[in-house]
Write a protein that binds this ligand. Structure first.
Ligand SMILES: *[C@@H]1O[C@H](CO)[C@@H](O)[C@H](O)[C@H]1NC(C)=O
Ligand SMILES: *[C@@H]1O[C@H](CO)[C@@H](O)[C@H](O)[C@H]1NC(C)=O
Ligand SMILES: *[C@@H]1O[C@H](CO)[C@@H](O)[C@H](O)[C@H]1NC(C)=O
Length: 422
């Protein structure tokens, strides 16, 4: 590829200040440049955003780091988004992610479920993301593309293999393709935000039907199974995907292991922030993810909205997480604490289920008796229920939007062919 010739900036042979602006790049690598993050409250530590901090010397004299850009709305972010960003990151050394502004989403698709701040928190929490650009435009204009190339030093713009057309019907990435700075990834996951909204709306319809029909279980079960099959996950969990998402490392010797458990359904900004705080209490964060059955027992038959493997991938994609237990028990046993050498068990102040409901066993009885239980102030009060509630409150808008999108997604799946790829 022709463009590769420019990468030897660090050799001192090719120096193109108009392309790379060496000073600015260095500043960004050292974490001095906060221009990408202006106006964003509660942004994760720069150290987390720039994991190659210590390697700068080694990078010098070798090769310029390839910077790739991918954008999206990331509304109701799921493991499919995470996987796309993982694939994008593999095409370069540093992944910069543009997050479309609330205003642009409203203009192009209708109101987003999650605010800019929440979407920013979710995307920044992904282990493959190095930098984020808040308030990106919905369509990549020529102006914005130049900003990406010149100010953000982007080498390649990445997009999925689904066509992305501008309102006038032209290819949104035509310019990037023309200059040879476009790369494509395969859309592989059997999940979409449309699916997830569908599952939430279906759970609402089922509730209404069951209320109307009272004890008439036959009708209720019938409707439930219909909507469940319509919105059931198409995702086929494989060991390979889990390996790709996992860190693959156990706790090191003398590590202080922190344990947190939960349903982590509809992975949201509240989850990211509590995981971040939990991780800071030790050296290794082990996350227990309840089985589907446990979540249903605690939260009702319409939950979980995402099944165990989907929830596990979302948690694994989070940069603060070291390992997950796929299907954790509700109660923490002494044996479990010994097996994983757990030093501290934490639980947030904001949570979905109320473990102190009369008649139920306190799941933290043993860690409490051992004096290793800690309550963590939840940084955000968002919950899976409150996210679902936002969709329910605006269900007419989302229903209409979903009907349209379901049609185009159906077409996508029907026309889909085998593609080899990650
Ligand atoms: C178990 O965790 C403690 C920290 O709480 C640590 O000091 C100890 O070395 C760990 N044990 C092993 C075998 O790693
Ligand atoms: C949980 O239940 C207990 C006992 O019923 C109640 O006192 C407490 O306020 C509840 N907490 C939440 C967060 O709902
Ligand atoms: C949640 O937090 C937001 C912002 O901090 C606040 O406006 C809202 O009232 C809170 N909601 C609840 C239910 O506490």
């Amino acid at each position: 590829m022709e463009y590769h010739g420019y990468y030897s900036i660090w050799d001192g042979v090719y120096y193109h200040p108009h392309l790379f602006g060496g000073i600015m790049l260095t500043a960004a690598l050292l974490g001095f440049s906060t221009s990408y993050f202006t106006g964003i409250a509660g942004f994760p530590d720069l150290a987390y955003m720039l994991p190659y901090l210590g390697n700068l010397q080694k990078q010098k004299g070798v090769k310029k780091r390839v910077r790739v850009y991918m954008d999206g709305c990331f509304d109701l972010m799921h493991y499919g988004h995470a996987n796309a960003l993982r694939q994008a990151k593999a095409l370069g050394d540093e992944l910069v992610v543009g997050i479309v502004s609330d205003e642009e989403i409203i203009k192009n698709k209708g109101p987003p479920v999650l605010s800019m701040d929440e979407r920013l928190s979710l995307v920044s929490g992904l282990k493959w993301v190095d930098e984020v650009i808040a308030n990106a435009p919905y369509a990549i204009t020529e102006d914005f593309m130049n900003t990406l190339f010149n100010d953000h030093k982007i080498d390649y713009i990445i997009h999925g293999d689904d066509p992305c057309l501008l309102p006038d019907g032209s290819d949104a990435y035509a310019l990037a393709k023309k200059v040879g700075r476009y790369k494509q990834i395969k859309r592989t996951e059997g999940v979409s935000s449309t699916d997830i909204v569908g599952r939430i709306l279906a759970s609402m319809e089922d509730n209404e039907v069951s209320e109307v029909n009272g004890e008439c279980n036959g009708i209720k079960r019938n409707t439930e199974s219909q909507s469940i099959s319509k919105h059931a996950s198409k995702f086929l969990p494989t060991s390979r995907r889990i390996v790709q998402f996992a860190n693959g490392k156990g706790a090191g010797p003398n590590a202080r292991v922190v344990y947190i458990d939960g349903g982590f359904d509809l992975f949201h900004a509240g989850h990211v922030e509590i995981l971040k705080n939990a991780r800071q209490l030790g050296d290794f964060l082990l996350v227990g993810i309840y089985t589907d059955q446990t979540v249903s027992q605690q939260r009702g038959t319409h939950f979980p909205l995402m099944h165990l493997h989907e929830r596990s991938l979302s948690v694994l994609a989070c940069r603060y997480v070291d390992e997950v237990i796929i299907g954790a028990p509700w109660e923490i046993s002494k044996d479990m604490i010994t097996t994983f050498n757990i030093s501290v068990v934490v639980h947030g102040t904001v949570s979905e289920s109320n473990s102190s409901i009369a008649g139920m066993v306190d799941p933290y009885k043993i860690p409490k008796s051992m004096g290793i239980f800690r309550t963590l102030e939840s940084p955000k009060n968002i919950t899976t229920t409150s996210v679902a509630q936002r969709i329910k409150a605006n269900h007419e808008i989302y229903q209409k939007r979903n009907v349209k999108k379901e049609a185009s997604e159906k077409k996508f799946y029907e026309e889909r062919k085998y593609i080899s790829g990650d």
